[in-house]
Ligand binder design. Sequence first.
Ligand code: HEC
Ligand code: HEC
Ligand code: HEC
Ligand code: HEC
Ligand code: HEC
Length: 447
Amino acid sequence: MWRCAGIGLLSSVSIVGAQPYGEAQKGTRPYRDFERPEACRQCHVDAYSQWKGSMMGNAFTHHWDEIEYFGLAVEHAKRDPKFKDVVDGCNGCHAPLAFLAGDLPPQPPSENTRANESVSCDLCHTISGYDETALFNFSYHSDPGRLKYGNRGGDSSPHHDLMRTDHLSVARFCANCHNEKSPWDVYVKSTYNEWLAGPYSAEGVQCQQCHMPRAPGVRALTDTKRYDDVRQHTFQGAHAPSKTAGAIDVIVHADAEEYEIGDLAVFTVVLFNQKAGHKIPTGSVEDRLLHLHVEAIDASGRVYHLPVDRKGFEGEEYTIGSEAKAYQDFADMIHVPDGFDGLPRDGVPAGDRIFRMPYFTEKGIMTICQWNTASLGVDYRIGPRETKLETFTWIVPDEVEPGPVRVRAHLHYQLLVKPVADFLGVPEEESALRLIGEASTTVSIFD
Ligand code: HEC
Ligand code: HEC
Ligand code: HEC
Ligand code: HEC
Ligand code: HEC
């Protein structure tokens, strides 16, 4: 405990002033410096099970990560060595132990090396501070050892020393990995920045409040003390249907109750981000799609798909489903079929509104490869507590069956653009449409 005596009163950030952060730590720590998560499990069994089931416990082993890292990024770096450093850097966040050990690229998950531990207990709980000037790209300082940093300290543990710090309890801790810059100095992941610019940071609501909820219990099996507010290590995000369900409140209303054939009907969809502390989608925005599909269904059951009304902002074409193609940069990374001219950009019905931000290569090709991203397009996502209105104008067609017409709005979330997932052989679950909100209204049509 000698270390705590002198430094206990200082914030963790000031104690590491001269130590390396981020990139400078590559190859500085052998795997053996870190304890395995299974060692922590003996006493912290709930934290272990929660973490193990979360994406952070699978950040290196998860199928799509394996496909993108080994199948695209590592191949790209082989063909074009200028990408070697950025591709090594993937591991700074996804397999930090491998990055610190300099085991780059690591063996694939099937080899069961310590890279598979992903973002592990001992990685997070031995981070002693972070680079105050650069909160992106694994900007933490790793200081593994017997001392584990926590949020309240405590009496003692038979297995380790412990020390309370403030740095684990704030959003900036998460920014180390949830903000990312590409080699072109472009923020290709900016969940922390979005949070900082939004209402929750001003109210002091940290990431931990929504992603590590508190519940009564013990902190360790051997602990005799009970607490009202033990941090749960759930880390649920976009892979958890319960987290995305209802994240956006959806309402649809019409500009009249009754219409005649040939009338102009205007339906408005109101979309309110009521649940997330950042934009939706956030994080891997290059992969993600949120899209709004609106239909009118007449009394005979005939379905009319309504395209969204254009608003006329710059770059809007990327926010409306179309037959356009993109992702031609795959040809620089992997073997593609002869005559490959890209893949369908969206894979959603033409005319649907898409909430997204497109990423572009140096040549202006739209890409899902964030390491190959030189610029960003229009940011048409839904910010924290932001409300967007979308209108759908319908000239009531002759063939409509008079009577009630139901107008239905479906808001779908997709982790990965479907044509890309199919092309790369990514399991279905990653590109499946997930209904996260819906609403309907009924109007009457007369002859
Ligand atoms: C033999 C049991 C045991 C093992 C194994 C164990 N811990 Fe603990 N740990 C405890 C106990 C007991 C406490 C609570 C002490 C208290 O509240 O006084 C604790 C508390 C903690 C805390 C809270 C610290 C704070 O300041 O709030 C962290 C973090 C922690 N352990 C991390 C780990 C990690 C990481 C591992 C694996 C490398 C691990 N523990 C392995 C028993 C254990
Ligand atoms: C992504 C980083 C991260 C990982 C991985 C992680 N933790 Fe934590 N853990 C935290 C943070 C952040 C807190 C404190 C949150 C706060 O300020 O209340 C915490 C708190 C704790 C506490 C104290 C809880 C309390 O309320 O007193 C224990 C014990 C703990 N972690 C053990 C573990 C164990 C064991 C594992 C692996 C199974 C693990 N952690 C994995 C970030 C992490
Ligand atoms: C060492 C880097 C690192 C730190 C620190 C870190 N994360 Fe993560 N986190 C990741 C990586 C990498 C993933 C992606 C896992 C995947 O999908 O491959 C991830 C995934 C997540 C997800 C799940 C996303 C999904 O798609 O379901 C949530 C939620 C999350 N992190 C929250 C947090 C919070 C909250 C903190 C701070 C307490 C934090 N993370 C700190 C690296 C980190
Ligand atoms: C007010 C609650 C709240 C706060 C604060 C919050 N989040 Fe979230 N987060 C959510 C909800 C709800 C979702 C699911 C909807 C979505 O994917 O955006 C989510 C999703 C995520 C995802 C998954 C995104 C994806 O596409 O895979 C990550 C990663 C994440 N949050 C990290 C963070 C980090 C880091 C912070 C702090 C900088 C933070 N969150 C703050 C509620 C919150
Ligand atoms: C600065 C930290 C950081 C770096 C560097 C980084 N990632 Fe990630 N990555 C994350 C986080 C955090 C997430 C989760 C974001 C979210 O949930 O939307 C993520 C998500 C992903 C996903 C999506 C996982 C899913 O299931 O949807 C893939 C694939 C991925 N990263 C691959 C890579 C590759 C390949 C590289 C290197 C070229 C890389 N990452 C570099 C932090 C990082």
